[in-house]
Design a protein around this ligand. Structure first.
Ligand code: ADP
Ligand code: MG
Length: 448
């Protein structure tokens, strides 16, 4: 199906063909007609599936026929969690509005606000902003929402993770009640649903399954490794397998700086991007990475989330993320636009619980590879897909009442003999096994 069949007019279809897109992605096919009809939408689709165009194109279509440029009056507000994402979304808006008279700009913190204020005074139709800087400018009366027609919350799950919910509500309180509200997210968590319920007006929910999107193009595997050997393993892989480029995710920002030093000692040039660096240096590093000049980028999860880096072939989870959603996001960095990608995760014994949670979310065990010369001292057991967290376990038992005492729920055995004992626990349960059984057991004792 071509873009023109979705109800988009010539100037927009032309911009799409300038961008080189031949057909709409799944989310674009579903979201564009609904947004054009003026309905509120909550849309969930994995990172890299073209969500930006799925809301920007119909928004431009709706407002292009009536361009009004009144100083400080904006018509569309798009909120994004980070400076990089705001800049990236605005770059897309600029591309898609090229054959219209509309204007756009991005505002975010970490840079001088004077030029931003000047541009707002001149008049902007579509404003892309991070919540913090936007509120600053609202308080300075540099931006007014009385002609706002559409609000978009992009990467809503991440905005909530980053603690922006208070700011989001403060902003929404200032917007006209009569408006179209669109919420885009990579994962539809309970928090995102609650936010959507509060701010939307009978929104239509669109969900594109991540499995259909990822399966074919991305190779995922794990390497079990002792914690203190991770940097040596990474250097070895880069050199031995002659890696072209890699985005390397690490948990902490001081860890990122340290890893860059450790790689440098082995003759590998890398740079780190994290919240502690200035906006200018983050932008420069990112530009170098995108151009291919910089081959290895070490990033904390938040700094790199949602970044659109073309033709990224390799992602490394140097540290396994704590949340399964984050794992899925990171994997979404590779294999974009149909290109093949590889996602390698380093797992140490301490990651076992996280690994179980991730694999149980994926619904399958991730393939493991061994690397010659790197023998693990602290073996990581094969995961158990029906691993039940302590929290869930206790809730389940509170709910079930009757025979199960709290003591039984902790040690995972019961007198009735229904629970798994250590001996009969299978290290790799089947899918149906994981669905049918939610009996607790003591995972710590299970060895490969
Ligand atoms: N219909 C399309 N055909 C080809 N590439 C597309 C299409 N729509 C978007 N893209 C490209 O896909 C990449 C990811 O899009 P983006 O909107 O950042 O994804 P998401 O917000 O879902 O993570 C971008 O480089 C974008 O230009
Ligand atoms: Mg996005």
């Amino acid at each position: 199906m071509p873009f023109s069949k979705l109800g988009l007019s010539d100037p927009i279809v032309k911009a799409i063909s300038d961008a080189g897109y031949s057909k709409p992605t799944a989310i674009q096919k579903q979201a564009i007609p609904v947004i054009l009809s003026g309905k509120d939408v909550v849309a969930a689709a994995q990172t890299g599936t073209g969500k930006t165009a799925s809301f920007v194109l119909p928004i431009i279509e709706r407002i292009q026929s009536r361009p009004i440029k009144r100083g400080k009056r904006i018509r569309v507000l798009i909120l994004a969690p980070t400076r990089e994402l705001a800049a990236q979304v605005e770059a897309n808006v600029t591309k898609y509005r090229a054959h219209t008279d509309l204007t756009s700009m991005a505002i975010y913190g970490g840079v001088d606000d004077e030029p931003q204020k000047e541009q707002l005074i001149a008049g902007v139709d579509i404003l892309v902003a991070t919540p913090g800087r936007l509120l600053d400018l609202v308080h300075q009366r540099a931006v007014h929402f009385d002609e706002l027609e559409t609000l978009v919350l992009d990467e809503a799950d991440r905005m909530l993770d980053m603690g922006f919910s208070g700011d989001i509500y403060k902003i929404i309180d200032r917007l006209p009640l009569q408006r179209q509200t669109l919420l885009f997210t990579a994962t539809l968590t309970d928090d995102v649903r609650n936010l959507a319920d509060e701010i939307n007006n009978g929104a239509l929910e669109i969900t594109i399954s991540p499995k259909a999107q990822t399966a074919a193009t991305i190779e995922q595997y794990l390497i079990a490794i002792d914690k203190d050997k991770k940097s040596a393993l990474l250097s070895h892989l880069i050199t031995d397998q002659v890696w072209d480029q890699a985005l390397i995710f690490i948990e902490k920002k001081h860890g990122a700086a340290k890893l860059v030093e450790q790689l440098a000692k082995r003759g590998i040039v890398a740079e780190a991007i994290h919240g502690g660096r200035s906006q200018a240096s983050r932008e420069k590093i990112l530009a170098n990475f995108k151009s291919g000049e910089l081959k290895f980028l070490v990033a904390t999860g938040i700094a790199a989330r949602g970044l659109d880096i073309d033709e990224l072939t390799r992602v490394v989870n140097y540290d396994l993320p704590f949340k399964p959603e984050d794992y899925i996001h990171r994997i979404g960095r590779t294999g974009r636009a149909g290109a093949a990608g590889v996602a390698v995760s380093f797992v140490a014994l301490g990651d076992f619980k996280n690994l179980c949670a991730i694999e149980s979310r994926l619904g399958h065990i991730i393939k493991r590879k061994e690397v010659e010369g790197f023998i693990v001292k602290k073996e990581v057991p094969v995961s158990i897909l029906n691993y039940v967290t302590k929290h869930k376990r206790e809730n389940a038992y509170q709910g079930s009442g009757g025979n199960n005492s709290s003591h039984q729920s902790r040690n995972g055995s019961s007198r009735s003999g229904q629970s798994r004992s250590r001996q009969d626990s299978k290290p790799v349960p089947s899918k149906s096994d994981s669905e049918s059984s939610n009996q607790p057991f003591k995972w710590e004792k299970i060895k490969k």
